[in-house]
Design a protein around this ligand. Structure first.
Ligand code: S3P
Length: 448
């Protein structure tokens, strides 16, 4: 079944050169945070370039349920009139976060230090994902959680009436957990300290500083020590959301494997905590260039140009790079299939608890398409067949996971036989214009 009803089977076949400009949607991580932080300050925040995918629209609905005014002004422009730190109202109904782990975990954090109760649910994928990673630190603030066995949604959070500031070492590399703790720390007195051993995406820290919070990051032997002073007055902002590097990954990777391609993907956010895929692709021999590097809205951006790269080769991806490309491993595994030699990916056990078990979902589909893949708990190796030698011809299962569906559609563009997925509906969670955007470049993706 799809996330929101009828499954949409899709098929992708070999196509001529991909050419043109790909204007991918706004960054998903920054879009969620814009709405949530906009709701937590007093006054009017204006957002342009918001991702209008299902995940972010669910967060917009949730912010309304907590009392903020959230208005779609059209053309990716939004207005949020916030209620201030500690000003959330108790929602009258269950909060449905759909497919979005980021949405539910950040919102749980944002409400957990206020004396209100909220119940959260999601689709079958989200309701199977672990929430204890967030409710454990939220309990330290004084919040209670009552969920299903194994800390799964649906789950009720009873916010702390008298929250305590917290010092928390995040046990896994997770920006969602870090962000949930920081957002809860906003309404706790004193200083909340979050320590992460590996750097994960830092949009929450950057944006909190932009909204006027006192927040510092110190790199120590213990890791990155992030200190937030609670109960700030956040100031409403004008936010320009950069385009999503995780969405850019799809047209970029397609261009690398389709002969004769030359695709420009303008205005892509290149925050170093997000850009690991592009470094990896260059190490594999990709013809990828960054044009017009500049800064916009506090984030580094550039225009990416990707051209067909017939001589890709496998590499060992450094495990310390994993957090900066965690959402890009599915499409990297497709590129690895078209490369010569082995691509070795280690230190990636987080992939097993994303919208799907992404190692299993990709390995199963790639094997059915003629590629040898080995995997263990926190590693996988794709044995590349080389350009022109990828059989394809299978139907892969997307498991309610947008990135799995899109990755197999990219594979079909250069395989010897078309590649199908059972359900492309989840693509709408993060990249609602994927099909027309890829078609405009010359791809042959059809609903089957
Ligand atoms: C995200 C963090 C990552 C990432 C997700 C978005 C965020 O998840 O996979 O797509 O916006 O904070 P984890 O925190 O689980 O690594």
């Amino acid at each position: 079944m799809s996330a929101h009803g009828t499954p949409i089977p899709m098929i992708s076949a070999a196509c001529g050169p991909l050419k043109g400009e790909a204007h991918v949607p706004g960054d998903k991580s920054i879009s969620h945070r814009s709405l949530i932080l906009g709701a937590m300050c007093v006054g009017e925040t204006r957002i342009s370039g918001l991702l209008e995918g299902e995940d972010v629209l669910d967060t917009a609905k949730a912010m309304r349920a907590f009392g903020a005014e959230v208005e779609d002004l059209g053309g990716g422009n939004w207005r949020v009139y916030g209620v201030g730190v500690g000003g959330f109202a108790e929602p009258e109904n269950v909060i449905d976060c759909g497919n979005s782990g980021t949405g539910v975990r950040l919102i749980m954090g944002a409400m957990a230090s206020s004396p209100i109760t909220a119940t959260f649910t999601g689709d079958a994928s989200l309701n199977g994902r672990p929430m204890a990673r967030v409710t454990d630190p939220l309990a330290l603030f004084g919040a209670q959680s009552h969920g299903r066995t194994g800390g799964r949604l649906p789950m009720t959070i009873v916010g702390a009436a008298d929250p305590m500031p917290v010092r928390y070492v995040v046990p896994m590399p997770s920006a969602q957990v870090k962000s949930a703790v920081l957002l809860a720390g906003l309404n706790a007195p004193g200083q909340t300290v979050v320590i992460e051993k590996e750097a994960t995406r830092d949009h929450t820290e950057r944006m909190l500083a932009g909204f006027g919070a006192t927040i510092t990051t110190e790199v120590t032997d213990e890791g990155r020590v992030i200190t937030l002073t609670g109960r700030p007055e956040l100031n409403a902002q004008e936010i320009i959301v950069p385009r999503d590097p995780s969405s850019a990954a799809f047209p970029v990777c397609a261009a690398l494997i389709v002969p004769g391609s030359d695709v420009l993907v303008p205005n892509i956010g290149l925050n170093p905590t997000r850009a690991g895929l592009f470094t990896t692709l260059q190490e594999m021999g990709a013809d990828l260039t960054f044009e017009n590097p500049r800064e916009e809205g506090g984030e580094p951006v550039a225009d990416l140009r990707a051209r067909f790269s017939p001589d890709l080769h496998g590499i060992e991806v450094p495990p310390e790079r994993a957090a900066s490309m965690i959402d890009e491993y599915p499409v990297l595994s497709v590129i690895a299939a078209f490369a010569k030699g082995d691509t070795v990916m280690r230190g990636v056990k987080e992939l097993r608890v994303k919208e799907s078990d992404r190692i299993d979902a990709m390995a199963t589909g790639l094997r059915a398409g003629g590629i040898t893949v080995e995997d263990g708990a926190d590693w996988w190796i794709v044995r590349g067949a080389g350009h022109g030698n990828v059989a394809g011809g299978m139907e892969a299962v997307s498991h309610l996971d947008h990135r799995i569906a899109m990755s197999f559609m990219i594979m079909g563009m250069a395989s010897n036989a078309p590649v199908s997925v059972d359900d492309g509906a989840p693509i709408a969670t993060s990249f609602p214009v994927f099909e027309p955007l890829m078609a405009a470049l010359g791809a042959e993706i059809r609903r089957s």
